[in-house]
Design a protein around this ligand. Sequence first.
Ligand code: C2E
Ligand code: CA
Ligand code: CA
Ligand code: CA
Length: 277
Amino acid sequence: AKKRGRNQYYWFTQQFKTQADQHLKLANGLSHALAADELTLYYQPQIDIQSNKVYGVEALVRWNSAELGAVSPAVFIPIAEETGAILPIGAWVLRTAMKQAKKWTEEGFKDLVVSVNISAHQLIEPEFAHYVADFMQEYGLDARHLCLEITESAAISDLETSYKVCTELVELGVKLAIDDFGVGHSSLSMLNKFPFQFIKLDRSLVQDIATSSRDYAIIRTVIELSGHLGMQVVAEGVETREQAELLRTLNCPEAQGYLYGRPMPLEQITAYLRSHT
Ligand code: C2E
Ligand code: CA
Ligand code: CA
Ligand code: CA
């Protein structure tokens, strides 16, 4: 028994060491990912369920590391948040998406809304709304083309500052979405206090809409509630026709997911916009 215990301990420390090494490699790589030009933006279409036309796109960052290969944002964004690299990376994402939004509006996509994910660290910067205003002026972008996606935990980390920043953003004419709604903390008080225009229903709820009567009931209720609050629901992670059909019958206005299109590089999303607007 003693021997086995030692083996387990050995296995555990090795595993831990590998994870710590990996973490360090990722943190190091991230610190020069921007300078090395390793980041790009992909865009995923967002669809008006009733008309089946595109109303917007969500920008999703991709990291192709020379050393580590392609790394998922689900892995590297949390590390960038820990190390602080999220601030320059987040600013780059915002600028790149806003510049592209301006190009698209000039190409004639007059009502397109480009959504950008914002981390807690960005949202609790007291000057954040001023940066956004500066970028809009620099690129000549009208605020109605920009939506910022915020998770509840981001806002909760410093309620006072994030509330102030969100209010300033809305005064500028920027739209706000609460992301990953329906998972994590209880979200109702946030909906009541913060000036969101969009509620993004988390994929984990949407994926079971056809098989779980509980998830169906929750989605129906959130859609009803959103109407009373003057907000619009975007269903995330729609993968099947059956899910889309149920959402349509519930009068869910918008959807996003592999059924309509995966996140894609610039050329491809631009072609998609041309054929779906
Ligand atoms: P998110 O904001 O909830 O983005 C939605 C994620 O779901 C994306 O993963 C997208 O590719 C994926 N997805 C969309 N439709 C479907 C579907 O039908 N089925 C399935 N299985 N997945 C679908 P991705 O691109 O890997 O991004 C993961 C997360 O990383 C994002 O979750 C977001 O929290 C974060 N992230 C990505 N880009 C940025 C960024 O520029 N800034 C910040 N702060 N976070 C980002
Ligand atoms: Ca998002
Ligand atoms: Ca989400
Ligand atoms: Ca998510």
